[in-house]
Design a protein around this ligand. Structure first.
Ligand code: TYC
Length: 101
């Protein structure tokens, strides 16, 4: 150990917070056909047929289901695009977004 007096070094730490991710949520309704919901999930959210079917059935049974999480702008764009595809076919299919806790 050396006897040289040491001056405490101060360190500046810049806190960088990761941007919060946002959930895309599929909301159940009584009118949109199951196969249509599954097709949208596969196309817009790049899910396998099996994954898409599971998410669709969960929303059908429980009222809603988290599809995936993304940075905010991606989540909003995907939710809007997927909802619009239902509207174009006359279905009330709805995808919403909310920040992750
Ligand atoms: N409940 C619809 C039906 O029975 C199917 C459906 C599932 C619709 C999930 C929307 O988010 C949904 N045809």
């Amino acid at each position: 150990m050396s006897d040289t007096p040491t001056t405490p070094k101060t360190r500046t730490r810049t806190k960088v917070e990761r941007p919060r991710l946002h959930k895309v949520i599929l909301v159940n309704d009584d009118y949109t056909p199951r196969d249509f919901v599954t097709r949208i999930l596969k196309a817009e959210f790049r899910m396998s047929a099996e994954q898409a079917r599971k998410v669709m059935i969960t929303a059908h049974r429980k009222g809603s289901c988290v599809v995936s999480v993304y940075p905010r702008d991606v989540a909003e764009t995907k939710a809007t695009r997927a909802t619009d595809q239902g509207r174009r076919e006359g279905y009330p299919l709805l995808f919403t977004t909310e920040p992750e806790e």
